[in-house]
Ligand binder design. Structure first.
Ligand code: ADP
Ligand code: MG
Ligand code: MG
Length: 945
């Protein structure tokens, strides 16, 4: 669960420049103008910043230098919250640190000594003192939070002598030795390297503890006596010495530098390196190190440690949510070894109800903080409220209670689900904490995708059969079918299906539409299945490499499990997981808060948002999501419906103009009807129709039977049909006889389509529908192509209009998808009313990357950092983006008012949307379910300019 969250999060930081803008903005909002600015607090040459003793050297604006944890500790102390004093060693030291030589910038040692002396004075304790020892924690803390990636050591400063002092001073032997035991364990792991070598191995220290407990016949850590803890310390030290080949350090100073070095080293450990890569965190940022005086949650029953959120991170509801453990330290709460207790009584009762714990047992064994330490509870709630108002965002807190006294150990903006993000943003606006623009910036555009699709019920039990790539989010359950026809047939009977294919092709459209979800063994996130499914807003998992499909027997196998035709499976299109059976899903609702937020977004954005839709149904869905027109209506999918494909094939295989025109005449009424339906759905809004684009062989029969069937239906010779089919076959679907090239050789095709468009427009206009057809010619590379085809379109349209004695406004434009077209965009613009960037093809051709074959190496390119991103997912701004800019400039140089849009898949990618705004496009167009994402991204673009 937490892993999944992490992943969603990553995507957000990575994909949405807007999200970054958001955090920047909110940090600004948190720091009212007029206060001492960050720059004044940053002192050149200063490597150590003190916090927590009557104010701090740093503050929350200094995350780059002090890391998130250090900056927020300084801020909390600065506003007077109880923070154990300490100091932060800056990220600059990390950058300068050489992990091999272990050398630091020269002035560091002196500055650390001075800070330590100041800390001793503030605490009235001395580091290494045998009577009253100061103990510290050494905590990592990068600019961006990297949960669990780096290390922390607690109770540092203990040795055989100081532990006695701690025992005497606290009057609590067990506490002192428990702390010592924890210290040796953490230091032995983090600094001296005694840790499990693989995930399968047990933790060596836990193994020693387990052995001891077994020998003693006890179960809980709390049953170990002081004597046992003393034995454990000795055994731990022996194990560390044996492993590291040197004794456990007794000098606190040596311990301190060992821990500081280990934290800096942990910045480049494998875990952290991988995490950074996934989250786009530059290595150059470095981590800070926080050295902080210890407070003890393990001092007895008046002590505790816990974590909390100021609002529910799952739902966004405004209610304090947190957990704690009595007599515990550090990460005990999240470690899951003891059942944590709830902070408020209300939450505690609810927890008990859900866990089947009776009230009596709850009150005695799992009471809330409110019940056991009412005073601390009050202080905690007050601190939480204060922090939330101060940061103007939901906070994730860590605290410790030492002998009835509350200490704050960490605060940061809490991670949250999409639903929570929306609710919190809207409610905080209502509460006056933030303004509407800030609220819009609080929600990452990518995140809201989650809100538009049903999702897997996280609590449900499930069996994983296969894992692929989540290509289109949402969840879907259905009975397995292995062909599109079966999916269609099942739907007619009201049966829910999941269409499972090795890969899909345009022919499968009807089946994909009929199925609840789509699963393919091959292909990436931009494969046919993925693109079409996203367009339909349908759950889809692709690239399930382990999946073996046997169409003949109707069986698929994966991970040693077998699934047959008709068996139920469930897909999670967000994570790419495939489960056995019917896993319950929950229907995500577009709540009132969500539409309110989208309304605010619409007010500030400049960029228009249209949709790519091929059917009236898609058009309606997109309109419901706020689409302001259709940016791409592909005509070829219409060709597969019903028995139209026969006429299409007849047209393609015709060897004379006459025969071709006859076949086209059969298609005309179908197309007219389709266009009329779409125009009606988009009443009042523009509709860009792209004339036929794919190479003709995509429509050809695939089997002997299909040829026989076609020969029978058309009365043509089968052998001749097959021969023509052979001739038309193209291996590379990218660069051959397709797009406008089809119409240069067969003008009658575009003539028929234009006729259908204009006739449909006149027809619906006659019924009061407001139509704005925009006819778009694909794959143009030269001025003369467009010049010629524009004339063809206009002549045809005018012919229709004059025959019908009607007037109708329409425009003719082109796609910019061949790199050459971008380079000669000024010449092309003379014949175009608009440009629409086809960034899928522009990327393929401009990058020399075949989309269908790139899967073999592209993932590795991204993984190894040769490429920062998959250029099919987000616009390659440094290359393909430059082509777009050239086209924008050249196009507008001859036609200032040239309308510009984008209709590639990138139109729904937030980073690409922001780029499109920056280069001055008029609109983006994306699949219906991405429309709200694009609207929000467009607002982020406007607000972060
Ligand atoms: P992470 O970044 O992994 O959350 P932290 O540096 O926050 O690691 O440390 C983990 C936990 O250790 C904290 O939540 C807190 O409970 C405990 N801890 C850290 N420093 C101190 C301290 N000075 N006194 C008491 N507990 C501490
Ligand atoms: Mg922490
Ligand atoms: Mg194209």
């Amino acid at each position: 669960m937490s892993k999944k969250h992490g992943k969603a999060d990553k995507k957000n930081t990575k994909k949405s420049a807007g999200a970054k803008g958001a955090s920047k903005k909110s940090a600004k909002a948190a720091k009212p103008a007029g206060k001492k600015s960050a720059s004044k607090k940053i002192v050149p040459g200063k490597l150590v910043y003190f916090f927590g003793d009557k104010g701090s050297d740093g503050d929350a604006t200094m995350k780059n230098l002090l890391g998130g944890k250090g900056a927020n500790l300084a801020e909390m102390a600065g506003i007077g919250l109880p923070v154990p004093p300490g100091f932060t060693i800056t990220t600059e030291v990390c950058t300068a640190y050489d992990p091999k030589k272990g050398t630091y910038p020269k002035p560091l040692a002196g500055q650390v000594d001075a800070a330590l002396a100041r800390l001793e004075k503030a605490m009235g304790k001395k580091f290494g003192d045998t009577a009253n020892p100061l103990l510290v924690s050494v905590r990592s803390g990068a600019r961006a939070s990297m949960p669990g990636m780096m290390d922390t050591v607690l109770n540092l400063g203990l040795n055989d002598a100081t532990v006695e002092g701690l025992a005497k001073k606290s009057g609590n032997d067990r506490f002192a030795w428990d702390s010592y035991r924890r210290f040796v364990q953490m230091y032995g792991d983090v600094v001296m390297g005694l840790k499990p070598e693989s995930a399968k191995e047990a933790d060596p220290f836990e193994a020693i503890i387990e052995k001891k407990k077994e020998k003693l016949g006890v179960h809980l850590d709390t049953e170990l006596t002081t004597e046992h803890l003393k034995e454990l310390v000795a055994e731990f030290k022996a194990a560390v010495k044996k492993f590291a080949g040197r004794p456990f350090p007794t000098d606190p100073k040596e311990q301190l530098w060992g821990a500081i070095g280990a934290v800096f080293k942990s910045w480049t450990n494998e875990r952290a390196t991988v995490y950074r890569k996934l989250n786009n965190i530059p290595e150059a940022w470095g981590t800070a190190v926080n050295v902080q005086s210890m407070v003890f949650g393990n001092m007895g029953d008046a002590s505790a440690t816990g974590v909390a959120f100021t609002r529910d991170p799952g739902t966004g509801e405004k209610r304090f949510f947190g957990e704690f453990l009595v007599n515990a330290q550090g990460e005990d709460v999240v470690a899951g070894t003891r059942t944590p207790q709830q902070i408020t009584r209300v939450a505690s009762r609810e927890w008990a109800r859900q866990s089947g714990v009776a009230e009596k047992e709850r009150a005695s064994r799992f009471p809330s903080l409110e019940e056991v330490m009412p005073e601390c509870n009050k202080q905690l709630l007050a601190a939480a409220d204060r922090l939330e108002k101060h940061y103007r965002d939901m906070q994730d807190l860590e605290f410790t209670i030492e002998n009835g006294r509350l200490w704050m150990l960490q605060t940061r903006n809490g991670k949250r689900t999409a639903g929570a993000a929306v609710r919190i943003a809207v409610e905080m606006e209502k509460e006056g904490l933030i303004d509407k623009n800030a609220a819009v910036l609080r929600v990452a555009p990518d995140q809201i995708d989650q809100l538009l699709h049903p999702t897997i019920d996280a609590k449900a039990a499930k069996t994983l059969v296969a894992k692929g790539l989540g290509a289109s989010p949402g969840a879907a359950s259905g009975q397995v079918v292995f062909s599109a026809e079966e999916a269609v047939a099942a739907k007619a009977k009201g049966i829910k299906t999941i269409l499972v294919r090795t890969e899909t092709s345009p022919e499968d459209i009807a089946g994909m539409d009929a199925a609840e979800g789509i699963l393919t063994a091959k292909g990436g996130r931009t494969s046919h299945a993925a693109v079409v499914a996203r367009g339909m807003g349908k759950c889809c998992v692709v690239g399930c490499e382990a999946l073996r499909i046997d169409y003949k027997t109707g069986v698929m196998t994966s991970n040693g499990m077998t699934v047959k035709d008709g068996d139920w499976i469930t897909l999670d299109g967000a994570t790419g997981s495939v489960y056995l059976g019917q896993v319950p899903t929950s229907q995500a609702k577009v709540s009132g808060d969500f539409s309110k937020l989208m309304g605010w977004a619409d007010k500030v954005r400049r960029l228009g948002v249209r949709t790519n839709a091929d059917t009236p149904h898609d058009a309606e869905v997109a309109r419901g999501f706020g689409a302001e027109g259709i940016g791409l209506c592909r005509t070829e999918h219409m060709f597969f419906e019903g028995n139209r494909i026969d006429a299409v094939r007849e047209m393609i295989l015709a060897t004379t103009l006459d025969a071709r025109e006859k076949a086209l005449a059969k298609l005309l009424p179908y197309q007219r009807k389709d266009f009329a339906g779409i125009f009606k759905a988009m009443n009042g809004l523009p509709v860009t129709v792209r004339l036929l684009d794919p190479p003709l062989h995509e429509f050809l029969p695939h089997s002997d039977e299909e040829y026989t069937d076609l020969a029978r239906k058309t009365g043509l010779q089968k052998a001749q049909l097959e021969q023509t089919g052979e001739l038309l076959h193209e291996f590379n679907p990218m660069l051959g006889h397709r797009g406008c090239r089809l119409a240069i050789t067969y003008p009658e095709i575009y003539a028929m389509q234009t006729r259908a468009i204009i006739e449909a427009a006149v027809e619906v206009a006659g019924k009061g529908v407001k139509v704005f057809p925009e006819i778009m010619i694909p794959l143009v590379a030269t001025e003369s192509e467009l010049k010629k085809l524009r004339k063809l379109v206009i002549d045809t349209a005018e012919d229709v209009l004059s025959k019908k004695k009607k007037k109708l406004a329409y425009t003719v434009g082109t796609m910019i998808e061949v790199p050459r077209a971008a380079l000669v965009a000024d010449a092309i613009a003379r014949h175009a009313d608009f440009f629409s960037f086809g960034t899928n093809d522009l990327t393929q051709m401009g990058f020399g990357l075949s989309r269908d074959d790139a899967g073999r190496f592209l993932p590795e390119y991204v993984e190894s950092g040769v490429l920062d991103d998959d250029p099919f997912l987000t616009i390659d701004q440094g290359g393909i983006g430059v082509l777009m800019q050239i086209a924008v400039e050249k196009g507008r140089s001859v036609k200032a008012g040239l309308k510009l849009g984008i209709c590639g898949e990138h139109g729904g990618d937030p980073r690409s949307v922001i780029f499109c705004d920056r280069i001055g496009l008029d609109y983006v167009s994306c699949s219906p379910y991405r429309v709200p994402v694009a609207r929000l991204a467009a607002a982020h673009a406007a607000l972060t300019k």
